[in-house]
Design a protein around this ligand. Structure first.
Ligand code: ZN
Length: 269
């Protein structure tokens, strides 16, 4: 747990009740939050942020939404959808916020996204009640191999699920820590050059709306992950198109949450 005093080891602070399995915490989220309010910071330590892994290492379900900002639908030449355009990133593609990720070819693209993590199971949840089912928010990259994504008449799930193509982090922030969790600046940069910049208030389907829509179809389970979609500025819509190259550093940030930093490598590095 990250606090103003430094890092707190949850397993130690909770006397072994929680940790080290993060997903057991999501299964008991409300009780964990109540207990965490009383954790002592006496044993807080200087946190080596670069050593952090994913705050959600192995979710049971990962939902991802395409064309969820008007600006990105326009640059993709697509009509904004009337229902969320949903696919999955297979869970084994997720990685941590400071990982080195091997490129799978020369058409690999960036997509900064707000990521919501489910706390309390959500089954047929109303939009007005949806935030109470969210454990917190984090920063994600929906890295996409455009060649694989558009092969075979379109296979979004596979083309966005290569090894390491779902970095998230650097940590989870609860919604109450954000002035307005529905309006956060987000962006990403390659080698220091900003390529995407927008606000999550531009989402066509907001976080609570997505939870209502998805949970009308199937239950969302504790620790599940929702990649909410990317704004304009991706590489394949640029003229000429631009893609990630070995040696590139991809930084992604969301206001009030933090910044991830991914190093891209050639497959044989
Ligand atoms: Zn995406």
């Amino acid at each position: 747990m990250v606090t103003d005093a430094g890092g707190i080891d949850v397993a130690t602070a909770s006397g072994g009740r929680y940790g080290p399995d993060i997903h057991a915490i999501y299964d008991d989220w409300a009780a964990f939050r109540a207990a965490a309010a009383d954790f002592s910071s006496d044993d807080a330590f200087a946190l080596d942020v670069s050593a952090l892994g994913s705050p959600v290492p192995s979710p049971r379900q990962v939902f991802a939404i395409g064309l969820n900002y008007r600006s990105h639908a326009e640059e993709s030449g697509m009509e904004p959808p009337s229902v969320p355009a949903t696919f999955t990133k297979f869970p084994a593609s997720l990685t941590g916020p400071f990982a080195t990720v091997e490129l799978t070819g020369d058409t690999v693209d960036w997509e900064v996204e707000l990521v919501a993590v489910i706390g309390a199971r959500a089954d047929r949840v109303a939009e007005d009640d949806a935030w109470s089912h969210v454990a917190g928010l984090t920063v994600g990259q929906d890295i996409s191999d455009r060649t694989l994504q558009f092969a075979a008449a379109g296979q979004f799930s596979l083309g966005k699920s290569c090894r390491g193509y779902g970095p998230i982090g650097p940590w989870l922030v609860t919604a109450d820590e954000l002035p307005d969790p529905d309006d956060l600046a987000l962006g990403c940069a390659v080698n220091g050059e900003t390529l995407q910049e927008d606000r999550t208030s531009g989402l066509i389907f907001s976080v609570p709306r997505l939870i209502a829509e998805l949970s009308a179809v199937l239950p969302l389970l504790s620790g599940d992950v929702i990649f909410t979609g990317t704004p304009a500025g991706v590489g394949f819509s640029r003229r000429p198109p631009r893609f990630l190259r070995p040696g590139d550093v991809l930084e992604s940030w969301i206001e009030g949450i933090g910044t991830t930093r991914i190093h891209l490598a050639a497959p044989d590095d």
